[in-house]
Design a protein. Structure first.
Length: 240
């Protein structure tokens, strides 16, 4: 079971190599009616995978890994991400995290994928005393900001999440609830005037599991409900 869980997380990450159509089709596919559904889908991807337990790292802790967010089917009105058929919408990330004083974590992330470059970062704050005692609850609040650019559009995203977890040294289930605020502005499109902008605010719910086969190595996978659309997230990393 443990090997299957780690393999599933790796498969979700590697699947990002199989699809590259979400953002490159924007110029020809986007219309005024598509912009809000596209912003909702993009915001859900940008806001996902910013946590993988409810425990902060603790002062001087460090975490580095690769992560991927997946929305199984784009919004039915999002012609941009559906341009080449019904396929998952995917966004991979590289992410680094550091534990700071006062139960605060800082993290930075970045990606370049299918004609879009995105960078971001944020903070997490532990609401309870940091503990590794088995099955003791851990809760954190997280905020993240991301910007994304391509030759066709720009996007800015703000997200906030509340996350709780309980586990042991090997297995840690976690639950999260969050909000994603996303603004998309058209730079160049065949059917939309440059400068056209839309703003969305949507909810996000996460239920996942982190598996640590060794002290410093982890894999995580989660089901994510992004503005009513099913998705997933996964990660592989090293945590010190």
């Amino acid at each position: 079971m443990k090997r299957s869980f780690a393999a599933a997380a790796a498969l979700l990450m590697l699947s990002s190599l199989s699809f590259a159509t979400e953002f490159g089709s924007f110029y020809n596919s986007a219309t005024q009616a598509d912009l809000k559904p596209f912003a909702r889908d993009l915001g859900g991807l940008l806001g996902s995978d910013t946590f993988h337990t409810g425990r902060v790292l603790g002062f001087s802790g460090f975490d580095m890994g690769g992560h991927v967010a997946v929305q199984f089917l784009p919004d039915k009105n999002d012609a941009v991400m559906r341009a080449d058929g019904r396929h998952p919408a995917i966004l991979p990330w590289a992410q680094a995290e550091v534990g700071l004083p006062l139960k605060i974590d800082g993290f930075v992330r970045g990606t370049e994928y299918d004609g879009m470059t995105a960078v971001g970062g944020g903070l997490r704050y532990g609401l309870l005393k940091v503990s590794d005692e088995p099955w003791k609850p851990q809760i954190l609040a997280a905020v993240v900001g991301n910007t994304a650019t391509s030759q066709w559009f720009t996007a800015d995203h703000l997200g906030a999440s509340l996350v709780g977890s309980m586990g042991n040294q090997t297995i840690t289930p976690y639950l999260g609830i969050g909000l994603d605020r996303t603004r998309v502005t058209v730079t160049s499109a065949a059917n939309v005037a440059p400068g056209t902008s839309v703003l969305t605010l949507e909810g996000r719910f996460t239920a996942g599991l982190q598996y640590r086969p060794w002290t410093f190595l982890y894999a995580d996978a989660a089901y994510v409900l992004m503005h009513g659309q099913s998705g997933a997230e996964a990660g592989l990393g090293m945590r010190f």
